[in-house]
Ligand binder design. Structure first.
Ligand code: ADP
Ligand code: MG
Length: 476
């Protein structure tokens, strides 16, 4: 498409080429100057002329205006996204509108949205599109789906995920958040410190302090997973451990204390006993398990106490990588177990930088088996290569912030559901706080959104060296 200098169109905007019966919907994904034969020569000649003869300005036929206009003409590179006919949009894009008879106009996102069936009625307002019109996605677009929010550092990913979380809470949904930077606890509060209606639904728990489990509530399956994957326990010892567990469980005597005694008394090879003891001590000293009934965290209680939805924020900051892994695995297996037994409703899982605490095998599990049971994950990461390509293929929604690094761009453009040209060209030029939304939530019609402010206390800030120094200096 050729655009004159007066026409303001930017990358991401939609255009429509209309004929009598139908119109072709197109999206601008890149723009460049029109390259007319000999244009560089003309620019050079004009520069020389104006430099050498500054007085000559008379141009009776206004040739310069035309030539400047031509020089400022742009080519808008577009992708066809579908056909509008009778007010409905279909994905058909296998025809070309006439170059002479069709009329090209802007198509606002609002009009575009009006031409498709809405996915749901619970709107999550995200920001604005086409400069000023409000834009949101239905909460239903996240329900039962896998979502990825990615972009470089400080681009606004956590900000967006908090907007999603608060809106989900407003819609009485349940969420579990793996919080690495202690920034989700305030998701229900406003900037001025007052509490929104959602604040009381948010509960922050700290592993080892108010998040402790009893052995019996966790069960053998998660524990043996933990032992074999996170603590590298060999198969033979694992089998012995299973037998000890079973015996204690049958006698209804499962506890850290009885486990220790049982390992001591167990008849087995010394190497196996050593292996058992080593793992036992890791479990006993990590602070995640307790025998005291008062200290145990009951996940099901969280759901029964919060009848109108809630967010359980698991604070993973300040704990060791091994403990992080253990907490996450225990939580996930507990959630799946409760879901399997239909004790709790489906939950949204917010996972920031999940590669730091999620084993590779868990990823696929999350997007296949766990999703099936009702865990709908929102992965938030600034390292798109931490997520396997296999996983991207299963993802339903992608929120893409700016990436300037070529290898990240390559990866993300291959992985996302829109064509690589669009993703690369748009994402490279996205300013901060704007994101490209792809996938199910927008019916595969990529939309560039300028994300709203979020009324909550500032959080997730990195501690700085010089900020502290100011106060010290002021004292002296
Ligand atoms: N749409 C926005 N409007 C206003 N401030 C924003 C917006 N997006 C991000 N910010 C601010 O920019 C900073 C970085 O955002 P953050 O979401 O923490 O980045 P990321 O998680 O991508 O590293 C935060 O202080 C946040 O409040
Ligand atoms: Mg962040």
């Amino acid at each position: 498409m050729i655009a004159s200098p007066r026409e303001t169109v930017s990358v991401g905007d939609y255009l429509v080429a209309s004929e009598a019966q139908r119109s072709l919907v197109m999206q601008v994904y890149d723009e460049r100057y029109l390259d007319v034969e000999g244009i560089e020569e003309e620019i050079a000649r004009e520069e020389v002329l104006s430099a050498s003869a500054p007085g000559v300005t008379s141009d009776p036929t206004e040739l310069t205006t035309i030539s400047t206009l031509i020089r400022d003409m742009r080519i808008l590179l577009c992708k066809a996204r579908g056909t509008l006919a009778g007010g409905r949009l279909t994905p058909r894009a296998n025809w070309m509108p006439s170059r002479t008879r069709s009329v090209v106009t802007r198509l606002m996102i609002e009009e575009l949205a009006g031409a498709v069936e809405p996915l749901g009625v619970r709107n999550i307002r995200l920001g604005t599109v086409d400069a000023q019109s409000p834009f949101g996605i239905p909460a239903e677009a996240l329900d039962g789906r896998i979502t990825v929010i990615t972009g470089k550092k400080e681009s606004g990913k956590s900000h967006l995920s908090k907007i999603l979380l608060r809106s989900l809470l407003e819609n009485r949904a349940y969420a579990i958040v793996f919080d690495l930077n202690d920034e989700y606890g305030t998701v229900g509060q406003r900037r001025d410190g007052t509490e929104s209606d959602q604040a009381r639904k948010v509960r922050v728990v700290r592993p080892g302090r108010d998040l402790k489990f009893s052995l019996s509530s966790v069960g053998i399956r998660p524990i043996s997973n933990l032992l074999s994957h996170s603590l590298d326990m060999p198969g033979t010892s694992l089998r012995e451990f299973g037998k000890i567990w079973e015996q204690l469980d049958n006698r209804d005597e499962l506890s850290l204390a009885s486990l220790e005694t049982a390992i001591q008394m167990w008849r087995c090879n010394e190497f196996v006993r050593d292996a058992l003891f080593a793992r036992y001590h890791t479990l006993a000293s990590c602070g995640l398990f307790t025998d005291s009934p008062h200290q145990q965290f009951d996940l099901q209680d969280f759901f029964t106490l919060n009848r109108s939805g809630g967010a359980l924020v698991v604070s993973l900051s300040g704990i060791s990588p091994l403990n992080r892994k253990m907490v996450v695995e225990l939580m996930l297996s507990k959630i799946v177990e409760l879901l399997e037994r239909r004790k709790i409703p489906p939950v949204f899982l917010f996972a920031e930088e999940a590669h730091l605490y999620l084993r590779d095998t868990y990823w696929e599990d999350l997007i296949t088996r766990m999703r099936h049971f009702g865990v709908f994950t929102i992965f938030i990461t600034n390292q798109p290569d931490a997520i396997d390509q296999k996983i991207y293929r299963q993802v339903d929604n992608i929120f893409l912030y700016n990436f300037s690094n070529d290898s990240d761009l390559d990866l993300i453009s291959q992985a996302s559901m829109a064509d690589a040209d669009t993703v690369k060209a748009i994402v490279r030029t996205l300013p901060p706080r704007m994101c490209l939304l792809l996938g199910y939530a927008v019916r595969d019609l990529p939309v560039v959104v300028s994300v709203d402010h979020f009324d909550s206390p500032p959080s997730g800030l990195t501690r700085r060296f010089f900020e502290d120094r100011v106060e010290v200096g002021a004292l002296s």
